[in-house]
Design a protein around this ligand. Sequence first.
Ligand SMILES: Nc1ncnc2c1ncn2[C@@H]1O[C@H](COP(=O)(O)OP(=O)(O)OP(=O)(O)O)[C@@H](O)[C@H]1O
Length: 340
Amino acid sequence: MSQPLLSTSGLRKGFTGTGEPAVRDVSLQVAAGEILALIGPSGCGKSTTLRMIAGLEAPDSGRVFLSGRDITALATEKRDIGMVFQDYALFPHMSVAQNILFGARDSGPQVLERLLDMVGLSGLAHRYPDELSGGQQQRVALARSFAARPRVILLDEPFSNLDPTLRAATRREIRRMLKSSGLGVIVVTHDQEEALSFADRVAVMHEGAIQQAGTAQEVYDHPVNAFVAGFLGRTNLIEGIADGTTCATPLGRVRLDRSATGLVTLSVRPESLTLRPSDAPDAGRVSAVEFKGHDLTYWVDWRGMEVQVDALNDLRLHEGATVTLEIRGPAVALQDHVRG
Ligand SMILES: Nc1ncnc2c1ncn2[C@@H]1O[C@H](COP(=O)(O)OP(=O)(O)OP(=O)(O)O)[C@@H](O)[C@H]1O
C-alpha cells in the first residue's frame, strides 16, 4: 500500500472488571479512497477499536496516526475523523437540513444542495427524521458526517437497521458514494457477505486481535487459520500429511496453496469439491441434501468423515446415493493445525 492515510499501531484496551483485554495489539492501515471492513463475531473488539480511532475511548497503549501524524492524544472533534453510528443518532426535533448542517464547516445553501444531492436526498431538506425511511435516515447521517469534511469516515454496522431487500441496493449505492469521495473508510460489521462485497480489504478480528487482513478474495481464498476460514464462509477441515507441495488426505492426494510438511489441516470450501455418482465399493454416501434453489449442498459420509459439497441443481442425487469426491484446484494449508 502507498502511504496509509490512517494507521494504528499496537492498540490495546482492557476494561476494569473483565479478564482478557477487549482489544490486543491492533495494527491496521487504510489508504485514501479505500474501504476497510473490520469484521468478527459479537464481542471481539470491533467497536472498541473504532471508538479508539475516533477518540471516544483512550487506548491503554498503542498509537493512532493520520497521514503519519500522531493523533492519539487529540480530542475527537480535532481529528478530521467522522463517525456514523448504528442508530444514526439524528436529532429528532431538527429537519434534514438542520441535521446535516449541524457541525458543518460551511453551511451555505449550495453546500446543503451538494450534500443532499450526493446522498440522493434532494427535495427532502425540510422533512423530519420520523418522516424518513431507515435508508433515508442513514443517508442523512452520512451527509452530516461528510459536512464536517473529515478525511476518514468510520461506519459502525451501517446497514443493520435496513430490511434485507433494501440492504444490498443501499450497500452498492453507498459504496459508490464513498469511493468517489476519496475518503478513507473503516466499516465495522459482523456480516461476512456484507464485508466481502462492500470493502476493498477486510481485517478479521477474533478475541481482540486481528487474525488476518487482505483483499476480500485473498482472505476468502487463503485463510490463515480455521477461525478465518470458518468465519468467512462454510468450509471442510480435512487433515492430511504434507510433503512440500502436495498432501495425502482421505480424499486422495491434493496440491497445496503453499509449501508445508507433516501433519496439516486443510480448508476445502464446499464449492471446491466435485461429486460424481459411483458404484465403487469404497464410494461415499450422500447422508443429507439441502436444496437451495439454484444450487444445493450435499452432505457426504466419506469413510466416517462428514464432507459438505456444493453442486448445481442439475445433478439430482438423493439421500443414500453413492459418490466419489475430488478436490478441485489447490487446497488451503492452514497455518495452525487443528487437533480433533
Ligand atoms: N464500556 C465497557 N465496559 C466494560 N466492558 C466493555 C465496554 N465496552 C466493551 N466492553 C467489552 O469489550 C469486549 C469488546 O466489545 P466491543 O463492543 O468492542 O465488541 P464488538 O466486536 O463491537 O461486538 P458487537 O458486534 O456485539 O458490537 C466485549 O467483551 C465487551 O463486553
